[in-house]
Write a protein that binds this ligand. Structure first.
Ligand code: CP
Ligand code: NVA
Length: 302
């Protein structure tokens, strides 16, 4: 594993390896056991979109590993004034030991990896959010004990989270159902992979997807960059909400996850959110541990 660009690139073994290391790093942090595995290393963090969790968890994670994180807002970099990503990659590779980037196009992340010579980590694109899904898988395994026989139901927009969750949960061995409105389906390449596993169903009915689910997940109806479509999307996604009736359709001990930020009374009711806040905020915490594991796997031997 040289980079973390999207879930599709990871094998089942690589996912499990990352999760095992993440569990270990979480244990060490909780027990005040120092783990300076990236002492002296630097991570550049390029943000072309807003962030709370990704920024703070990468920054503190790098610090806990003994390294140094640099926050690089794209509006302050020449990349924001049109310097090609190919040139940015070749320059930053000479200063840094790794780059985390949050941007719009997946191609920009792939280009950084192609032209640079250091590990690249995708901190969210319009296509994927692998760091979040590794934290989600860590949370599911932590609460449920294993992935064996579990079903994840995703309800809502076929966006970056849907693409990565469907891929990640299937690779972890779970079965998956997605309920998305027509015109808002996950990416074709994700559906092609998902259908090839024989453990995936796509429907436009959230109740059908939720039946027998052990894990219910949703995400915002309008992602970053889609603010102008918010009203149109509110109409298209009406009914694609995790509420009491969806929770009732799922298994009795089903957990509910949300990558956050959440829009209460849109994709999830306030009542369900608060009833499952324990899982949701554990999931947010696990961003820290999962990403530390990713950084160690990618950067420790550089
Ligand atoms: N879930 C997530 O990526 O949160 P941020 O946008 O706050 O980083
Ligand atoms: N789908 C959301 C996820 C935010 C973490 C977005 O891209 O804005």
């Amino acid at each position: 594993m040289k980079h973390l660009l999207k879930m599709m690139d990871l094998s089942t073994e690589e996912i499990i390896d990352i999760l095992n290391l993440a569990d270990q790093l979480k244990y060490e942090l909780k027990h005040n056991i120092p783990h300076p595995l990236l002492r002296g290393k630097t991570l550049g963090m390029i943000f072309q979109k807003a962030s709370t969790r990704t920024r703070v968890s990468f920054e503190t994670g790098m610090y806990q590993l003994g390294g140094y994180p640099l926050f690089l807002s794209s509006s302050d970099l020449q990349i924001g004034r049109g310097e090609p990503v190919q040139d940015t990659a070749r320059v930053l590779s000479r200063y840094l030991d790794g780059i985390m980037i949050r941007t719009f196009e997946q191609k920009e992340v792939e280009d950084l990896a192609e032209y640079g010579s250091i590990p690249i980590i995708n901190g969210l694109t319009d296509f994927s959010h692998p760091c979040q899904v590794l934290a989600d898988l860590m949370t599911i395994r932590e609460i449920k004990g294993s992935f064996d026989g579990l079903k994840m139901a995703y309800i809502g927009d076929g966006n970056n989270m849907a693409n990565s969750l469907i891929t990640g949960c299937l690779k972890a061995g779970m079965s998956v159902a997605a309920a998305c409105p027509q015109n808002y389906h996950p990416a074709a390449e994700v559906l092609e992979f998902a259908q090839s596993t024989g453990r995936f169903t796509l429907t436009d009915d959230p109740h059908t997807a939720a039946q027998n689910a052990d894990v219910l997940i949703t995400d915002v109806w309008a992602s970053m960059g889609q603010e102008g479509e918010a009203e149109k999307r509110r109409i298209a996604f009406k009914g694609y909400q995790i509420n009491d009736s969806i929770v009732e359709a799922a298994n009795k001990d089903a957990i509910v996850l949300h990558c956050l930020p959440a829009h209460r009374e849109e994709e999830i009711t306030s009542k369900v959110f608060e009833a499952h806040a324990k899982e949701i905020f554990e999931e947010a915490e696990n961003r820290l541990h999962a990403q530390k594991a990713v950084m160690v796997k990618l950067m420790a031997d550089q």
